[in-house]
Structure formats: C-alpha cells, structure tokens
Design a protein around this ligand. Structure first.
Ligand code: CP
Ligand code: NVA
Length: 303
C-alpha cells in the first residue's frame, strides 16, 4: 500500500490515521513512547528542498524506535540516470518505508511500482498529502468534528497543496471554497473528484463571496518549487488574493488562519495575519510530526 495521493485512502481510513496520530501525540506528551516501529527503517529521498517534512519524518522514526536515512537525490544514483523503478526495487527491498519528495509525480509512481515496501509522497508537483494529514489533525484539535465546516483557500488553487487539501477536506465532509484568478483554477478533474465526496466544492475569483462564512482561511506560496522562472508574473497575478486583515474580515470572525509554510511574508500572507491571533500555523507545522507518526504506524499495521 502506497500513499501517493490523499485519495489512495478512503475517508474512513483518513479518520483512522488521524485518530492514531492524535493518540500517539497524547501518549508521547504523557511520556509514553512504545517502540512501535522498532528496527524499522524509513528511507527519505529528496529532490527538492524541505525543512518540516524532513525533520518531522526523521523525528517520527526516532520517537517510534526506528531509524530514518536522508538521501539527497543530488548525491544519489537517480541523479546519474538510474531509473526510479530500479531505485525503488533496490532500496525498497532494504527499507521498510520510502518517503520521497520528487519533482515529478510520474517519477514517484515509477519509484512506487518498483518498491516492495510502501512509498509515501513527501510532495510532488501534483500533490502534498502528508501536509493535509497534519492540517486536518490541527483542525480537529481546534474545531472538533469537521463535517459541515467551510474552508476557504485563497491564492494558487492549482498547486499541490490546494489539490490535496480540497480532496482531504471533502473526504472529511467539509465544504471547500477555492478563491483565486481564473488562470489558477483547479484542474476540472480535481474539482470533480472532490465534489464526488458529496460536499460543496467551488471556485471563484471573488474573494468577498468566496471567503464569506468560512471557518478556516488557508493559503500557500504563489511560487511553488519548480515555478521560479514564472515568479514575477505570478506575484502580479495573485496580488489581489494576499491574505491580509481585509481579506480575513470576509471570513467568520472566529475563523482560523492556516498556511503549510514556508510563508513569504508580504506576498501570499501579510505578517499581521501570520502573527495574528487567528493564526494557527505553528501548531499546524508542529503537527506534521504527529501526523507522520500516525501515517507510519497505520501503514506498518497494514503490511
Ligand atoms: N510544508 C512543508 O512541506 O514544509 P517543508 O517544505 O519545509 O518540508
Ligand atoms: N506549494 C509549495 C508547498 C511547499 C511546502 C511548493 O510546492 O513549493
């Protein structure tokens, strides 16, 4: 079983992973850390930069009694042309899990097709499902049951985080309002798949109506890793969707603000919001650790 897209699991399995994450978090806080992944190894293959994903997975393995290996793709044989399939077959036979952050989702699929052990998407150009586990864990802590809540996402609605987020929220029974310029409208396939979970999922370019009545306001960078060449045009395109006090005022007064981080202050988010009372971004970032633990333990239980 691999975790390449958030929809690789069912809504019921998503809730199971969140429940395990939450329990492991509470247990760890009480000093209880059974070595549930004793002697297990996680291989972490990175083609793109990372702070949170790397540290959360490595710490997760340490806290669960296992071991993590960091392999920088630039120092590995994949960068010299070894195929992703062969890499998966060779390294996946030694490790118990592979987590990979690759440029291309097709390469991740090739890695997974070769690997005898589960492969986890640590972010590709297509999706970022591990992020969404932590986001939903954080939201459950803040808001309790999430069914019927409304999340508004402002900015680049056609990036990896937006895609996994709209699907993950819909899987939890949440409404999703994507707000951004027409050029960044999510691919039709994602909107269709998210709507298939039976909740209200919509896209608009009008920030006031899109954010109205929302319980959560979420944003991500306007220039994802790999989009750097288009940076100047993107900063202009998305400028009207900066999450600042004016935009936050369209949401419910009780709304929380989320960001997967890293944030670009003064671009997609104003510091007044990132550092403001509604922001839960660092709780969200810290929960990457607990969500990663829940996912790893859940995957180990399925083998
Ligand atoms: N949010 C996230 O994935 O952060 P990193 O790029 O630092 O891993
Ligand atoms: N959309 C961003 C997320 C970073 C965690 C990127 O792909 O760069």
């Amino acid at each position: 079983m691999d975790f390449l897209k958030i929809t690789d699991i069912t809504p019921a399995q998503l809730r199971e992973i969140l429940a395990i994450s939450s329990k492991l978090k509470a247990d760890y806080a009480k000093g209880r850390a059974p070595p549930l992944l004793g002697k297990k190894t996680l291989l972490m293959l990175f083609e793109k930069n990372s702070s949170r994903t790397r540290v959360s997975f490595e710490t997760a393995m340490a806290q669960l009694g296992g071991h993590a290996i960091f392999l920088d793709a630039r120092a590995s044989q994949t960068s010299r042309g070894e195929s992703y399939y062969d890499t998966g077959a060779a390294l996946g036979g030694m490790a118990d899990f592979i987590m990979a952050r690759l440029n291309s989702h097709a390469d991740l699929e090739a890695l997974a097709s070769g690997s005898p052990c589960p492969v986890i998407n640590g972010l590709t150009d297509e999706e970022h499902p591990c992020q969404i586990l932590a986001d939903l864990l954080t939201l459950q802590e803040k808001l309790g049951e999430l069914k019927g809540r409304k999340l508004a996402y402002a900015g680049d609605c056609d990036n990896n985080v937006a895609r996994s987020l709209m699907l993950g929220c819909a899987m939890m029974g949440m409404g999703v309002s994507l707000v951004g310029p027409q050029k960044a409208k999510p691919k039709a396939e994602y909107l269709k798949n998210a709507k298939a979970f039976g909740t209200n999922v919509s896209f608009t370019s009008d920030a006031a109506s899109g954010l109205a009545n929302s319980d959560i306001v979420y944003t991500d960078t306007w220039v994802s890793m790999g989009d750097e060449k288009e940076a100047a045009a993107r900063l202009k395109l998305f400028a009207p969707y900066q999450v600042n006090s004016k935009l936050m005022a369209y949401a419910k007064p009780t709304a929380v603000f989320m960001h997967c981080l890293p944030a670009h202050r003064g671009e997609e988010v104003a510091s007044e919001v990132l550092d403001g009372a509604q922001s839960i971004v660092f709780q969200q970032a810290n929960n990457r650790l607990h969500a990663q633990k829940g996912l790893l333990v859940w995957l180990a239980g399925r083998k």
